[in-house]
Design a binder for this molecule. Structure first.
Ligand code: PMV
Length: 329
């Protein structure tokens, strides 16, 4: 059976997915909108091997029990729903990221998008983007978007079949740059899974649900108009609203590090000098700073010069997952 290698990129949510209306199927409480990030990538090679008696999974050079079990469960979904060509039941999986995982940079999104695509293709199963999105979603919510390219909308849906993502603008529609300020490379202490479960305990969660659909429509209109300043303001406000829910959930989640706050202040200082830069943060401490190509190196230099920033990564709007000829094993 063919060995298959897929490169999939992570994304940054402009309108964030937070809270689930179905835990098992991972149906989100609200629709979300993101940009795929070329530069924050996962490469995964999968081969279904008849000689294996269990899955053999290596992520970033290690076989961590928690991670391999989550990947194994996703392979189970594929085994249960499809027949693997030529009878091999178990897969060898090797995966690596170009960016730190477990730090709020959505490595599970690119990881499960690459895994879903590689594992199905390697099994001789050809799925449409919609089918891939539905399957990937069950491994990781964010992965539902990361099987697409460009600017992506995830429809929340009421059933598994109606909760999927699609590209609303292609990757070359608008050049937006993302400079990621890495303030720590250690793993975050609270997982997104725990956070989603606690979302409903925040008194602000109901208020968010009341306006999130119209906020998403506004964001789409601002992308259509390429209105960067208004989009950036909306994205920053959305990030702060999302973190206000984290702060007021039970248990509360204070995810920012001193370096995260330093970056936020620097972004606001740059804006007061006329530099278009806007921050957003997921469930972690590393900060995404969105800007336009003309300002990318300036923003990168300013962020890299901050005492609490360990390094910066840059990404541009990326395309959908791609097949590679070079395999990881
Ligand atoms: O896919 P998860 O369970 O890691 O949740 C990710 C949630 C956020 O990153 C905070 C928002 C989003 O839409 O990506």
């Amino acid at each position: 059976m063919p060995k298959t290698t897929i490169k999939a990129s992570s994304d940054i949510a402009l309108i964030k997915y937070w809270g689930k209306k179905d835990e098992v199927l991972r149906l989100p409480e609200n629709g979300s909108l993101s940009i795929i990030l070329d530069g924050l990538d996962t490469i995964t090679t999968v081969e279904w091997q008849a000689s294996l008696t269990k899955d053999d999974i290596t992520i970033q050079g290690t076989q961590d029990a928690l991670e391999t079990s989550r990947v194994g469960k996703h392979l189970d979904r594929i085994r249960q729903n499809y027949s693997i060509e030529k009878g091999a039941q178990y897969a060898k999986v090797v995966s690596k990221n170009s960016f730190p995982k477990g730090t709020g940079l959505s490595s599970s999104g690119s990881g499960f998008a690459a895994l879903t695509y590689a594992a199905t293709l390697a099994a001789g199963i050809t799925l449409s983007t919609k089918e891939l999105s539905i399957l990937a979603r069950q491994g990781s919510g964010t992965a539902c978007r990361c099987v697409c390219g460009g600017f992506v909308e995830w429809h929340d849906g009421q059933t598994s079949e109606t909760s999927f993502s699609e590209t609303i603008f292609p990757f070359d529609f608008w050049d937006i740059c993302d400079v990621v300020a890495v303030v720590d490379e250690g793993m975050k202490k609270i997982s997104s899974t725990e956070g989603h479960e606690a979302a409903h305990t925040s008194p602000f969660f109901t208020a968010r649900q009341q306006h999130i659909a119209s906020k998403l429509q506004t964001a789409k209109a601002l992308i259509t108009d390429k209105n960067f300043a208004a989009l950036g303001e909306l994205v920053e406000a959305e990030c702060l609203e999302f973190h206000s829910i984290l702060l007021t959930s039970q248990p509360p989640m204070v995810l920012w590090y001193p370096g995260s706050v330093q970056v936020m202040h620097e972004v606001q200082a740059m804006r007061s000098e006329g530099i278009p830069a806007y921050f957003t943060i997921n469930t972690g401490f590393n900060v995404h700073v969105l800007t336009l190509p003309k300002y990318e190196s300036l923003v990168q230099e300013r962020l890299a010069a901050l005492p609490l920033v360990k390094k910066t990564l840059t990404a541009k709007v990326g395309s959908a997952p791609q097949s590679l000829d070079q395999h990881l094993f």
